[in-house]
Design a protein around this ligand. Structure first.
Ligand code: ADP
Length: 530
């Protein structure tokens, strides 16, 4: 039976929202599921679209049960964009019930990997077809430059869907030779309902990294968006329905972290939690998930070092180091924000890095194609960055702020380079999550490694050298999940992404990224007749 035929069957999923069925002891207490109509929005670049603002459950945008709404703001103008429905604990119940029902429903459960791949590729095609609208939404809601939204975030979502679609019909079990009297084999099965909690720095991309492997393996999903940036993925809900995913396979809820996120993390109907966000919240999520011993993957904070040795190509090092810390307004978990530079080139590197930042980090309207750096995502994030800068000033650090003046409105901050800080200064150890680099000098390889590894984090690291032996030695010794040699933040969806220490558990992307999304079942058949 072809998958098209199966999906066009009159399914028990009605077009109308329906009451969640009681399962595993939890259920919605909703008496009605009221649809929510989209609202008309127009961005500063004059693009208009219909913006969904409800919770996306069972392929419908519906009201939250409570009166809670989240207002989202354009960080470049400080103007309100709109309000979206915020999920309560009951709403999370509804989304989880929908995902559980979809997990068992033949319209999803009986699909082959090839069928799932077709749906995923269809969604990827729709994402690409709506690229300009999605990029507009992302830039308006998050503040990142439109060129970046269009050139990176949107294609990252569609690429990762296509990448994992490629695995959907290739992820099999094995037969195991236990001798002539046994037939033994393993099968791979979906983990079940996956709660996926994403942050605000790459809303589309982070959603893709989570949806791709989960769908590939046949799971169903409740995706919890970050309260600061709900709009782009809410828009994708319509594309999910249009692609033909059965209702309940992908549910999208917006909501406060301590309400909706926490409800999802501890929910007894959720089998796995995948989280990206701060280390502190990651620990909360881990505690909440422990109640039902959920499978868990965490991608949390970082304070990644970038080491420049005397023999490095300085032009190359300066350019990659700049992108590694200033890109995406510095709001990147893998930002290589701790620059360690060897004595012999320290002064020259600092001078060139400051000059390069002055030239490259054009701060301003994110819809202007000349802009490199838009606003920080929120006033709170702006305040956080400024706090580190003033603390550095107070300690006698040198503050380099080479860019021109900032726009008068919006959550903008100067790209900042801090030098001459005392070794214990918080700016050298804590994640700033802004366009703010620290530079310290070192004498030799041992010192570089000991400073680089003196961190509770272990997400990424970069090393610049022309000595091939040293490059591999340092790559081996760096306590990090990812190392770049002569580049930085050069991630690729085909390579595993994730950290050690307090930077996380498990890996996303690459073939490794699948591991958290299937269970292996061992089957043994007695052939002996005894
Ligand atoms: P930030 O502090 O940068 O906003 P967070 O780690 O707090 O980063 O947020 C990342 C994601 O985690 C967001 O979707 C947020 O709503 C969610 N979140 C926040 N607090 C909790 C919590 N206690 N339980 C589950 N999810 C949470």
């Amino acid at each position: 039976m072809s998958y098209c035929f199966r999906l066009s069957q009159p399914a028990r999923w009605g077009v109308k929202p329906r009451l969640a069925k009681r399962s595993r002891g939890f259920a919605s207490s909703a008496s009605t599921w009221l649809p929510v109509l989209p609202i008309n929005l127009t961005a500063p670049n004059s693009r208009s679209w219909k913006q969904p603002v409800g919770l996306f459950i069972n392929n419908e945008y519906i009201e939250s049960q409570g009166a809670d709404r989240i207002t989202t703001v354009n960080p470049a103008t400080e103007e309100t964009i709109c309000s979206v429905h915020a999920a309560s604990g009951h709403d999370v119940d509804r989304a989880v019930s929908a995902a559980r029902d979809a997990l068992r429903h033949p319209s999803w459960r009986n699909l082959t990997g090839t069928d799932r791949a077709r749906l995923m590729v269809r969604l990827a095609d729709l994402v690409d077809a709506h690229a300009e609208t999605l990029a507009t939404i992302e830039t308006m809601d998050n503040g990142k430059p439109y060129t970046v939204s269009l050139g990176y975030d949107v294609p990252d979502l569609s690429s990762v869907l296509r990448y994992y679609a490629g695995f959907a019909d290739k992820n099999f079990g094995k037969t195991v030779d236990l001798g002539p009297e046994k037939l033994a084999y393993t099968t791979v099965q979906p983990v079940g309902v996956c709660g996926q909690i994403i942050p605000w720095n790459y809303p589309l991309s982070m959603a893709g990294w989570k949806l791709g492997p989960a769908l590939c393996c046949g799971n169903t999903i409740v995706l919890k968006l970050a309260e600061l940036t709900p709009l782009s993925m809410l828009y994708v809900g319509d594309l999910i329905r249009e692609a033909g995913f059965p209702p309940g396979v992908i549910n999208i809820v917006n909501g406060h972290g301590h309400v909706a996120g926490a409800a999802l993390a501890e929910h007894e109907g959720v089998d796995k939690i995948a989280f990206t966000g701060s280390t502190k919240t990651g620990k909360d999520v881990m505690r909440l998930a422990s109640g039902t011993m959920k499978a868990i993957t965490l991608e949390t904070g970082g304070k990644s070092p970038l080491i420049v040795f005397d023999d490095a190509n300085l032009d190359q090092a300066v350019s990659w180091a700049h992108g590694g810390v200033m890109g995406n307004q510095g709001q990147v978990c893998t930002a290589t924000s701790r620059l360690l530079v060897q004595d012999g080139v320290y002064n020259e590197f600092v001078q060139r890095f400051v000059e390069f930042t002055a030239k490259t980090s054009v701060v301003g309207d994110p819809f202007d194609e000349k802009t490199y750096q838009g606003p920080q995502v929120s006033k709170a994030q702006l305040d956080r960055v400024n706090l580190f800068i003033s603390a550095a000033k107070a300690c006698g650090g040198t503050i380099h702020q080479p860019s021109a003046s900032l726009p008068s409105r919006g959550f903008f901050v100067q790209p900042t380079i801090l030098t001459d800080l005392p070794a214990s200064h918080p700016a050298l150890h804590e994640e700033i999550f802004g366009p703010c680099a620290t530079i310290v000098r070192f004498k030799d390889e041992d010192e570089a490694l000991s400073v680089a590894n003196a961190s509770r984090y272990g997400l990424a690291g970069a090393v610049f050298t022309n000595d091939v032996a040293r490059a591999h030695r340092v790559a081996r010794e760096l306590e990090a999940g990812m190392v770049w040699v002569n580049s930085s933040n050069d991630s690729d969806i085909r390579m595993p992404f994730g950290g050690i220490k307090e930077s996380g558990i498990g890996r996303e992307l690459g073939e490794e990224g699948l591991r958290g999304y299937y269970n292996v079942k061992a089957v043994q058949v007695n052939l002996s007749g005894q």
